[in-house]
Design a protein around this ligand. Structure first.
Ligand SMILES: [Zn+2]
Length: 83
C-alpha cells in the first residue's frame, strides 16, 4: 500500500525532520530533511505553499509535514509564535 503525502509528512514530523524557522499569519519558512536532501518549504498568504523538491504535482510530504505543524486557525499564528 502506497503511503500518502499526508502520512509521509506525519512520519517526517515524528522523526524530527521538520524544522520551522518562523511561522506568522503571513509567512512560513521551514526546512525538512527528506530521504537524501534538505528541502526548504515556504508558505505565504499570497502565493501559497512551495517546496524546493522535484515533486511538483500536488502537495509533497515536506509541505504536508510543515503544514501539519504550523497551520492553526488563520489570524492566530502571529500571537502564538515565540518572540
Ligand atoms: Zn517537497
Amino acid at each position: 500500500m502506497r503511503e500518502t503525502a499526508t502520512e509521509k509528512g506525519r512520519r517526517l514530523l515524528a522523526d524530527g525532520r521538520c524544522q520551522v524557522k518562523f511561522a506568522t499569519d503571513a509567512d512560513v519558512l521551514a526546512t525538512v530533511l527528506g530521504a537524501t536532501q534538505l528541502y526548504e518549504v515556504k508558505w505565504s498568504r499570497n502565493t501559497g505553499w512551495a517546496c524546493a523538491c522535484p515533486e511538483l504535482r500536488g502537495r509533497c510530504s515536506h509541505i504536508e509535514a510543515v503544514r501539519t505543524c504550523t497551520m492553526r486557525p488563520v489570524g492566530r499564528l502571529a500571537e502564538q509564535a515565540p518572540a
